[in-house]
Design a protein around this ligand. Structure first.
Ligand SMILES: Cc1ncc(COP(=O)(O)O)c(C=O)c1O
Length: 451
């Protein structure tokens, strides 16, 4: 049966609700039918370089037969059984052990989820659980940062630091608050002589003191922001954050949903700064998006607390699909591929090429304010109206959206937030494809700004 694209588009518009749904963004949807490596093909047969690895997640690239095989084999054997206390399955056990061997040395145990928001929900509840078990039931607040993205279930949305995600769903969950993030190009609250990292870490400490440390359960941060703008911190920030959290008995949750699994040139991104979190949220790259999978890893202290409370005080948190055998089998094979192909090294090398390429192509451009990158295949270009004053373009000019459209015409698919253009391709992208990402971006910026 041949598929008629026009009929499919009409049925989509009538019956399918999309993430961030609005029909104005969906007049001419792309329908993708195939992926191989870093290349996608749409229903018209046009090919594109996938500049965002799906949604920052297809780390091992598209079209891996091995992963399809791992899923088929596990599904034929035992597709699903509950992992509730008292039962378990082989892939979940093996993947949990593998992840603990790869992640920060203080982490001891894994709880699996089906995605990033569920992971952060689990992290917030676990932080509260931990303090209640320590006899500190009032430590419930979660401090998050502006421009953070932690997902959009109600708690995760309340942690996400971008008001457009809240607007039509308020009120937010109480006891979530935001402080300015570490954004070296536009640091809020800076004092003379401070680095951006010192400012942002000081603002965290001030918030803890203002709220009362005995009311704060945890601080959550993405090591490098994703959807908020691919914002890189200064190198001093996370070591200072760790110190602040330790000083005030506040748990540190690292949201590594994007930065985990080799994306930044390391297995996990806080390794860049030799910092360890108390709870690590992951998703996306753990299965490279082949099946839904995520989770949290928790420290030895938290695991011991979970294991030592009385049954009535148990960690009463669960998902039907926690430790899903088929998803875990795919995750295990995915991690095996990353190890075999040493994809953290590839991400580091090609990430440097991408960052250097963007700087060479756009570093002097009058409408390019900031180029962020250099830690693996995670980069962004921030466009501005005026480089000197850092003034942004008026929102109604939709400069970022128009650059994305021009890139699409040139065979590159990626996403933006306002005038921040994002790059997070599959880690198997080739050198030539990285160079095409760069040249298409330069040409697209010229087409839109005339310069
Ligand atoms: C850093 C981060 N955390 C959490 C999430 C939420 O993940 P999900 O969409 O799987 O719920 C995302 C998704 O993009 C993310 O980038």
């Amino acid at each position: 049966m041949t598929l008629d694209p026009a009929v499919l588009v009409k049925e989509d518009q009538d019956h399918l609700i999309h993430p961030l749904h609005h029909p104005s963004d969906h007049l001419e949807p792309m329908i993708y039918v195939r992926g191989r490596g870093a290349v996608l093909t749409d229903i018209q047969g046009r090919e594109y370089i996938d500049g965002l690895a799906g949604l920052w997640n297809v780390n091992v690239g598209h079209g891996r037969e091995e992963l399809a095989q791992a899923a088929a084999t596990q599904m034929s054997e035992l597709a699903y059984y509950s992992g509730y206390s008292g039962s378990s399955n082989v892939p979940a056990i093996q993947l949990a052990s593998k992840l603990i061997s790869l992640a920060y040395s203080n982490l001891r145990a894994v709880f699996f989820t089906s995605g990033g928001a569920e992971s952060n929900e689990s992290a917030f509840k676990t932080a509260r659980f931990y303090w209640k078990a320590q006899g500190k039931p009032d430590k419930v607040k979660i401090i998050a940062r502006t421009l953070s993205y932690h997902g959009v279930t109600l708690q995760a949305m309340s942690a996400t630091g971008m008001p457009p995600y809240w607007k039509m769903f308020e009120p937010r969950v109480p006891n979530f608050l935001h402080i300015p993030t570490c954004y070296p190009y536009r640091q809020e609250g800076a004092r003379p002589g401070e680095t951006a990292g010192q400012t942002a870490a000081r603002l965290l400490e001030e918030a803890i003191l203002r709220e009362g440390a005995d009311t704060v359960a945890a601080f959550i941060a993405e090591p490098i922001h994703g959807g908020g703008g691919v914002l890189y911190p200064t190198d001093d920030y996370f070591p200072l954050v760790r110190q602040v959290c330790d000083r005030h008995d506040v748990l540190f949750i690292a949201d590594e949903v994007i930065t985990g699994f080799c994306r930044t040139g390391r297995w996990f991104a806080l390794e860049h700064w030799h910092v360890q979190p108390d709870i690590l949220s992951f998703a996306k790259g753990v299965s490279s998006g082949y099946l839904p999978l995520g989770g949290i890893m928790v420290s030895k202290a938290i695991k011991e607390t979970m294991d030592s409370v009385k049954p009535d005080d148990r960690w009463m948190h669960a998902y039907t699909y926690s430790g899903h055998p088929t998803c875990c089998a795919v995750g295990l094979k995915n991690v095996e591929i990353m190890e075999r192909e040493r994809l953290w090294e590839r991400a580091a090398t090609l990430g440097t090429r991408l960052h250097e390429g963007l700087k060479a192509a756009l570093g002097d451009h009058p409408h390019v304010g900031d180029i962020r990158g250099g830690k693996g295949l995670l980069a962004a270009v921030e466009l501005v109206e005026d480089r000197g004053s850092k003034a942004s373009f008026a929102a109604d000019k939709k400069v970022g959206n128009r650059v994305i459209q021009e890139m699409t015409k040139r065979g590159i698919i990626t996403r933006n937030r306002l005038d921040h253009i994002f790059f997070s391709p599959p880690l198997v992208i080739t050198e030539a494809q990285v160079d095409r990402l760069v040249s298409a971006t330069r040409d697209a910026v010229k087409a839109v700004t005339g310069k």
